[in-house]
Design a protein around this ligand. Structure first.
Ligand code: CA
Length: 750
């Protein structure tokens, strides 16, 4: 009996496989393309384990639902596609799995494309368990997508997209032809790994549609994905089409927002936003008609303005499709917004964006937070939003909309890791109990490690050295990423420029001095980050050369964002020519952070930081955060910081500049200092200059360009130093700056 049953099953199974079904095992590109030409429904191509170099894979084939065409790795995770490579699929019922794209970049506009070419799109096809890891074009401002989805009924699931540092959307759903619309694609269970700050527009992690086709429905489902530190730019997800469902995704420590930028009737539900207090972590931004935003959970978000935990925008009357369509019929229901700084309503109201939201409702939302001041920012008439049965835990702020009552309730963390009111009487507010945040372990390819958090400068070992010829060069060559090179007492003479291609700390004893006889001592290269601690560096032996700089970047672009930290250093005598800088950042290079603290600088002809490589005004700047604390600057010819962020685009959060508790004496008065300033900031978005002393120096010059610059200059003392100069280049009205408790005196002040 059992034998007979098995026989029937076997027959059924055999009948589903076409007679011609073949497995093609290939280990070179010629055999691959020969096999590709022969493919029939049910066939499989297996790539042999190993590294495939410069492989532009095409797969143009017709499978069926029962007998798809497969392209797979001999062993998932053991097939690496590197060099100048990409993958394009076109046809029907194709499944690709198990590949890694690493150590290279696509020579075309996409790494993975769901179209063979403009005429052959993919339908009913799937890419799963594929990894794209730092597969970046050499120039960070050279544009591509890592994944372009065209056609219909495709699925992209359980993939890892990690470390995109060049310009262009990580994953784009395109609607640029009729058969790519109402596509029913499903994008699920993917790991969107860290996407560093791009320093320009074009750093979105996921975009669905474009403004040009925003009147069409995409009907794409984006669910159960994990967005880990996706910081590329202000939009993490930009929905630019209608009828999409964005559900059950986790946004972990990601700066930016899920933005319903264009298109109507999208559903955004059961997503989890966890900011952990990181800068610019936002939630959901609503524009257009008929958007439903319900049962989303936001905690610890620090975004403001357009990056608030929740932003309901003002629109432009009769808006063209590429501007801002007025919000109407929005339903914002049952969301929990905890310990977050801002909810912005009628956001962005100005002379152009004058159409306030209408026919909308906010109901059953539960809110805490507002430690940075009143949580609600209301920028225009909100009578078009009906508030019903919302609650905020805590005292009422001045600008609470009616319909948000204040309650006293205690929140407790449930098994799912989320907070809920302890008392059942409040269970009508906020997210439902059955939310289950997707974890990192449940997404992506199970066989590929996901990047951990942690400082670049930690995790290594310490190598101790003492002065002798070439000792620093050798130590750097031997060091591994994260290592500390501990320099013993004495003088070190360096005769070459030290290339830094990993994260390295050089730590002196306090009695350690370095002199050098090249135009630069350090050159930051791909993968390099540099921390200097407890060192004295003297530039008196450096030759007169164009572009002298103690620390410079390579003359070609650098893909990876880097860090430079100077802590307890003394740097002097960089004066052999008129423009000798301490740190000079070149074109297409980007520092996540430059930190200077407890340090002394004297007799320097250029700048401490020159970050002005941008000339085209595309808004492609050099540094996201520049922070200086507890430091002294004396006899500096240029401005200590010259930071330039051009253009009028509003897609970045930075640059940020902080100067605190520092002292500047005779700074910025070099006759070659064209900026005529002690600090020159052009286009910085966040500036704080607090508790400093400026003596016999040039003024601070701040040019505001775009966005809503937040500039605060307070509690400084200016001795024989001209007043702060603030200019608004694209804004009518008084300069937007907080100037308070600054003292100006004349004299010899110390
Ligand atoms: Ca953008």
């Amino acid at each position: 009996m059992l034998q007979r049953a098995c026989g029937v099953i076997l027959c059924l199974w055999l009948s589903m496989i076409p007679a011609s079904a073949a497995d093609y095992f290939v280990d070179n590109q010629d055999d691959y393309f020969a096999a590709e030409k022969k493919l029939q429904a049910g066939d499989t191509i297996i790539l042999s384990n190993g590294v495939w170099q410069d492989f532009e894979i095409t797969l143009d084939a017709i499978g069926t639902a029962d007998n798809p065409i497969r392209l797979q790795a001999q062993t998932p995770g053991k097939v690496v596609i590197s060099g100048q490579s990409n993958l394009r699929i076109g046809g029907h019922y194709i499944i690709v799995s198990g590949l890694i794209f690493r150590d290279g970049y696509s020579p075309s506009g996409e790494v993975i494309s769901f179209r063979r070419n403009i005429n052959t799109l993919a339908f009913n096809s799937r890419i799963t368990q594929v990894v794209v890891d730092h597969f970046n074009k050499p120039d960070r401002f050279d544009n591509d997508y890592w994944v372009g989805i065209y056609g219909q009924n495709n699925r992209f699931d359980h993939n890892n997209l990690v470390g995109k540092s060049n310009k262009g959307v990580t994953l784009a759903v395109r609607l640029n032809s009729a058969d790519s619309r109402e596509n029913n694609h499903r994008i699920d269970h993917n790991y969107f790994g860290p996407r560093p700050v791009l320093g320009s527009n074009g750093g979105e992690t996921l975009r669905i549609g474009t403004s040009k086709f925003a009147q069409y429905d995409s009907s794409t489902i984006v669910e159960n994905n994990f967005f880990d530190r996706c910081d590329g730019e202000v939009e993490i997800i930009s929905a630019k089409s209608g009828g999409n469902i964005l559900r059950g995704n986790v946004f972990f420590e990601s700066s930016g927002t899920l933005t319903l930028r264009h298109g109507d009737n999208n559903l955004v539900e059961r997503n989890i936003f966890l900011g952990n207090g990181k800068d610019h972590t936002g939630g959901i931004r609503i524009i257009n008609k008929g958007q439903i935003v319900r049962h989303n959970y936001m905690e610890g978000l620090r975004g403001s303005g357009f990056a608030s935990a929740l932003t309901v925008m003002n629109g432009v009357p009769n808006s063209p499709v590429n501007r801002y369509v007025q919000v109407s019929d929005a339903q914002i229901v049952g969301n929990s917004i905890y310990n977050s700084d801002f909810i912005t309503l009628a956001g962005g109201a100005d002379a152009e964006r004058s159409a306030a939201p209408i026919d909308s409702v906010m109901r059953a939302n539960l809110i805490t937070g507002g430690d940075a001041g009143p949580i609600f920012r209301i920028q225009d008439d909100i009578s078009g939003i009906k508030f019903a049965e919302n609650a905020r835990i805590g005292a009422a702020h001045a600008n609470h909309p009616d319909g948000i009552k204040t309650i006293k309730a205690q929140l407790v963390r449930a098994k799912n890791g989320l907070l809920y009111p302890r008392a059942s009487q409040f269970s009508k507010y906020g997210v439902p109990r059955d939310l289950q945040p997707i974890t990192k372990e449940e997404v992506g390819a199970s066989w590929y490690e996901k990047p951990a958090a942690g400082s670049l400068f930690s995790g290594g070992s310490t190598l101790a050295i003492a002065p002798s010829e070439g000792v620093i060069e050798k130590a750097i060559a031997h060091a591994k990423a994260g290592d500390v090179i501990a320099l013993g007492d004495g003088e070190y003479i360096v005769n070459i420029t030290l290339a830094i291609d990993k994260a390295i700390t050089l730590k002196g004893s306090g009695q350690t001095k370095i002199v050098f006889d090249r135009p630069s001592l350090f050159e930051i290269a791909e993968g390099g980050s540099l921390r200097l601690e407890g060192l004295t560096i003297d530039g008196a032996l450096a030759p007169d050369s164009v572009g002298n700089a103690l620390i410079r970047t390579t003359s070609y672009p650098i893909q990876s964002n880097f860090l430079i930290e100077l802590n307890r250093v003394q740097i002097s005598n960089l004066s052999v020519n008129k423009f000798f800088d301490v740190i000079k950042l070149g074109k297409s290079t980007f520092a996540d952070r430059i930190t200077i603290k407890d340090s002394q600088f004297s007799d320097i002809s250029g700048s401490i930081l020159l970050a002005t490589s941008e000339t085209e005004d595309y808004g492609q700047y050099n540094a996201e955060y520049v922070e200086i604390k507890d430091s002294n600057f004396q006899n500096i010819g240029g401005p200590i910081v010259n930071l330039y962020r051009g253009g009028r685009d509003e897609s970045t959060f930075g640059p940020h500049f902080n100067l605190k508790d520092s002292r500047l004496v005779n700074v910025g008065l070099g006759k070659n200092n064209d900026s005529k300033s002690a600090i020159m900031l052009h286009g910085a978005q966040y500036t704080k200059i607090l508790d400093n002393k400026f003596i016999s120096s040039a003024p601070i010059v701040v040019n505001h360009t775009v966005g809503r610059p937040q500039t605060r200059i307070a509690d400084n003392k200016f001795v024989s130093t001209p007043r702060v100069m603030i200019s608004e280049l694209n804004y009518e009205g008084e300069p937007r700056v907080i100037l308070s408790d600054n003292a100006y005196v004349e004299g010899e002040g110390k």
